[in-house]
Design a protein around this ligand. Structure first.
Ligand code: ADP
Ligand code: MG
Length: 293
C-alpha cells in the first residue's frame, strides 16, 4: 500500500490531488570512506512512495539513518532520485534539470533541524528574509520590504527582530526566522526536518504549534519529520514509518497508534511505554517535556 492519490488511504483527502507526490523513489549513495575504484553503495531510499495534501500533515518517523533527510532533500529538489518519479503541478518529473529544480524549490520549502547553520550569521534577519525574493526577482523593492515585514509577523516575532543578527536571537527565535524564510516564496508545502530537535524543550511546543497554525492559515501541506514517534503522533494526520530506506508502515496516524502492524513500529512505540498508555487527546509535547522518562 502507498499513500499515492489513487489509493485514497482512509482519512486522507479522498479525491484530492496531492501537492507533491513521490513514486517508487530510490536513492543510492557511494558509501563514505570506501574505495574510489570499488565504492560500496548505500541505499538511502529503497522504493519510497508518498503524497502530500493541502491542509494536512504527513508525519515521517524513523531512527537515525532511516532515510528521512534524504526524503526531505528529494521533496525540495536538493537531491535527485537515482530512479523513480516526482509529481507536482500536474507534471511527472524524471529529469531534474535546473529549471525543474528551481520550480520545485518554490513549491516546496524546507526547515532544517539547526537554524544556526540554515541562516548566515553575518546577514541581518531582514536580509535573510529578503534574499529569496531578490534571488527570484519578485516584486518591486517596496513590495519586497512589505513582504519581509509580513513574514516576521507571521512567525510571531516583532518587527524589531528584522534588525538583529541570528546570533542575537534565541534558538527558538532563530527557528522562527528560518520558518519565515521558508515561507518567503509562498510555497505550497513545508517540509520540517527535525525542526525542534536542536531546541530547548521549553520552546519545542511553540514551534510545533506555529507550524500547524501556518499550515491552517495558509492552506499548506506539511511534512513533519522526526525520530520521535510521540511528537509525530501529536502533529500528524497521516504517518509513515521508515526503516533502512523503506516505508514499513503507513496510514492515518491514529490507526497506526491504535494498532501498529509492523514490528519496527512497535519497537519505536515501545521506547516510550508510559506515553503509550495515554490517549492521543491527552498527549501534548508539553507533557513529554515535563513528564516523559
Ligand atoms: P535520517 O535523516 O533518517 O537520519 P538520512 O537520509 O540522512 O537518514 O541517511 C540515510 C542513509 O544514507 C544513511 O545510511 C546515511 O549514512 C546515508 N547518506 C546520507 N547522505 C549521504 C551522502 N551524501 N553520502 C553517502 N551516504 C549518505
Ligand atoms: Mg535526518
Amino acid at each position: 500500500m502507498t499513500l499515492a492519490a489513487t489509493d485514497n488511504p482512509a482519512g486522507t483527502a479522498a479525491g484530492a490531488t496531492p501537492l507533491i507526490e513521490l513514486r517508487d523513489v530510490h536513492v543510492t549513495y557511494k558509501a563514505r570512506g570506501t574505495s574510489l575504484f570499488r565504492p560500496q553503495k548505500v541505499r538511502a531510499l529503497d522504493g519510497v512512495s508518498l503524497a502530500v495534501y493541502r491542509g494536512r500533515t504527513l508525519g515521517i518517523v524513523g531512527e537515525s539513518g532511516s532515510g528521512k533527510t534524504t526524503t526531505s532533500r528529494i521533496l525540495v529538489g536538493l537531491e535527485e532520485p537515482t530512479s523513480g518519479e516526482v509529481l507536482f503541478q500536474d507534471e511527472v518529473v524524471r529529469r531534474f534539470t535546473l529549471p525543474v529544480r528551481r520550480r520545485l524549490g518554490r513549491v516546496v520549502s524546507v526547515v532544517f533541524q539547526d537554524p544556526a547553520t540554515a541562516l548566515n550569521g553575518r546577514m541581518l534577519v531582514r536580509e535573510a528574509l529578503q534574499d529569496p525574493l531578490d534571488v527570484h526577482g519578485l516584486g518591486t523593492p517596496e513590495q519586497r520590504r512589505a513582504r519581509v515585514r509580513d513574514l516576521i509577523g507571521m512567525v510571531g516575532l516583532p518587527a524589531s527582530a528584522l534588525d538583529a543578527l541570528p546570533g542575537q536571537l534565541s534558538g527558538g527565535q532563530r527557528q522562527r526566522v528560518a520558518i519565515a524564510r521558508a515561507l518567503a516564496l509562498e510555497p505550497q508545502v513545508i517540509v520540517a526536518d527535525e525542526p525542534t530537535s536542536a531546541l530547548d524543550v521549553s520552546v519545542r511546543a511553540q514551534i510545533l504549534n506555529l507550524l500547524t497554525d501556518l499550515r491552517d492559515e495558509l492552506g499548506l501541506g506539511l511534512v513533519f519529520i522526526s525520530h520521535d514517534i510521540q511528537t509525530v503522533r501529536y502533529l500528524s494526520d497521516d504517518m509513515i514509518v521508515m526503516n533502512r530506506g523503506r516505508i514499513v508502515e503507513e496510514g492515518p496516524a491514529e490507526e497506526i497508534f491504535a494498532s501498529p502492524r509492523d514490528p519496527y513500529t512497535r519497537t519505536l512505540l515501545g521506547a516510550a511505554p508510559t506515553l503509550l498508555a495515554r490517549s492521543a487527546t491527552e498527549f501534548s509535547p508539553m507533557n513529554t517535556e515535563l513528564g516523559a522518562p
